[in-house]
Design a protein around this ligand. Structure first.
Ligand code: DAH
Length: 337
C-alpha cells in the first residue's frame, strides 16, 4: 500500500516539476501525453488500484484523484501562461525602425546621355531621333558608302534582313533629318547603335550622339568652336581639344577629335599611352555628296557633323577601364553614381 502511495506522490511531484520547467506549448503537450494521456502514467496508477485489497483502495483512490486534479490544473494554467508570453514575444513592435525600400536612380549611361544633350541644347541644338532598325540606304548608301565599298567593313554590321540592319551609327539620322526639313539644321541625335564587336572597350550595343549643323556660311572653325565648348562643359573648363585628319565617307575633310588626357592633362601617362591625348569622336564638314540625296543646294549652305560614343565619353569622364561595368547592372558599381 505505502508503495503505491509513494509512487503516486513521486509521479505528482515529477509532473508538477516538469510543468513548471516547460516553456513552450509543445513541451506542455508532451507532458500531458506522458502523465494525463490515455496511455499516461496517472491512468496506469489508477488501474493498478484494482490490485489492492478492498479496504485500502479508498485512501489510495483519493490520493490518485487529488494528484490527477492537481496536475491537470497546473497544466492548464501553465499552458495559458506560456501562450500568453509567446504572443507577447511575437507582438508587432511599432517602435522598431522601419525598413527602407531601396530607391533606384537614373543609370550612369542615361545620366551621361542627358548631360551631353543638355550641353548641346544650351548651344542652340534641338534633339531628334531615328529608328534602331535601319535600311541599307540610310545607314550606308545615302551617307556616301557605295555598295561593295571597303569602308563598309569598318562598321561590323549586324543584319536583320535583306538590306535591313541594326544601325551601326547614329549618322543615318543626319539624312532623315535633312530629308524632313530644309536648312538651317542644328540637331543632335542620341540613341542606341549596334556592331559585331565585344571586348573591354566595345559592347555589341552601345550609344552615340550624332551632331549635325547645316546653315549659311558654316566652316570648320564653327565645328572646332562647338566641340571646344562641349569639352569644356562636359569634362572641365580648361579641357583642350585637337583635330586630327581622318576619313569618313560622309564628311570632307574629316577629323578625329581628341581631348587632352583627363588623367595627366597632356603630360603623358598610362591612360593616354604617353601621347597626352584621348580620342573622343569623329567629325568633319558634311560631304556635299549627301546634299544630293536630300535635295539641299550645296551652293547656298555648308555644314559640319560629328558622332560621339556615349559609353566612351562616360568611361573617359569617370575613369572606367571596362565597358561591361555599364551593362552588368552591378549595384556596387551603379550606386557610386
Ligand atoms: N558615324 C561614325 C562612326 O560611328 C562617327 C562619325 C564620324 C560621325 C564623323 C559623324 C562624323 O557625324 O562627321 O564611326
Amino acid at each position: 500500500m505505502s508503495d503505491l502511495l509513494e509512487t503516486i506522490e513521486e509521479t505528482r511531484q515529477k509532473a508538477l516539476k516538469a510543468i513548471e520547467q516547460a516553456s513552450t506549448p509543445s513541451e506542455l503537450e508532451q507532458i500531458r501525453i506522458e502523465f494525463l494521456g490515455t496511455k499516461g502514467r496517472m491512468l496506469e496508477l489508477t488501474r493498478s488500484l484494482g490490485t489492492l485489497p478492498k479496504e485500502l483502495r479508498p485512501k489510495a483512490g483519493q490520493a490518485a484523484n487529488k494528484a490527477q486534479n492537481e496536475i491537470t490544473k497546473a497544466h492548464r494554467e501553465a499552458l495559458v501562461a506560456v501562450k500568453k508570453s509567446e504572443a507577447i514575444a511575437n507582438r508587432l513592435d511599432v517602435t522598431l525602425p522601419g525598413r527602407r525600400p531601396a530607391v533606384g536612380h537614373t543609370h550612369l549611361l542615361n545620366q551621361t546621355l542627358t548631360e551631353i544633350c543638355q550641353i548641346f541644347e544650351h548651344l542652340g541644338f534641338s534633339i531628334v531621333e531615328g529608328p534602331e532598325v535601319e535600311t541599307d540606304y540610310y545607314n550606308f548608301e545615302a551617307l556616301n558608302f557605295p555598295a561593295d565599298h571597303p569602308s563598309r567593313d569598318m562598321q561590323e554590321t549586324l543584319f536583320v534582313g535583306d538590306k535591313l540592319l541594326l544601325r551601326t551609327h547614329t549618322s543615318p539620322v543626319q539624312i532623315r533629318t535633312m530629308e524632313k526639313s530644309p536648312p538651317p539644321v542644328w540637331v543632335v541625335a542620341p540613341g542606341k547603335t549596334y556592331r559585331r564587336d565585344d571586348d573591354v572597350t566595345h559592347s555589341p550595343m552601345f550609344h552615340q550622339v550624332e551632331g549635325l549643323v547645316v546653315d549659311k556660311g558654316i566652316t570648320m572653325s564653327d565645328l572646332k568652336g562647338v566641340l571646344s565648348a562641349f569639352a569644356a562643359h562636359f569634362f572641365s573648363p580648361n579641357t583642350k581639344i585637337r583635330l586630327r585628319p581622318s576619313f569618313f565617307p560622309f564628311t570632307e575633310p574629316s577629323a578625329e577629335v581628341d581631348i587632352a588626357c583627363v588623367l595627366c592633362g597632356g603630360k603623358g601617362c598610362r591612360l593616354c599611352k604617353s601621347s597626352g591625348w584621348l580620342e573622343l569622336l569623329g567629325s568633319g564638314m558634311v560631304d556635299p555628296a549627301l546634299y544630293d540625296f536630300v535635295g539641299y543646294d550645296p551652293e547656298k549652305i555648308s555644314g559640319f557633323a560629328f558622332g560621339m560614343g556615349v559609353d566612351r565619353a562616360a568611361m573617359l569622364k569617370y575613369g572606367l577601364s571596362n565597358i561591361r561595368h555599364l551593362y552588368e547592372g552591378d549595384l556596387r558599381f551603379l550606386r557610386q553614381f
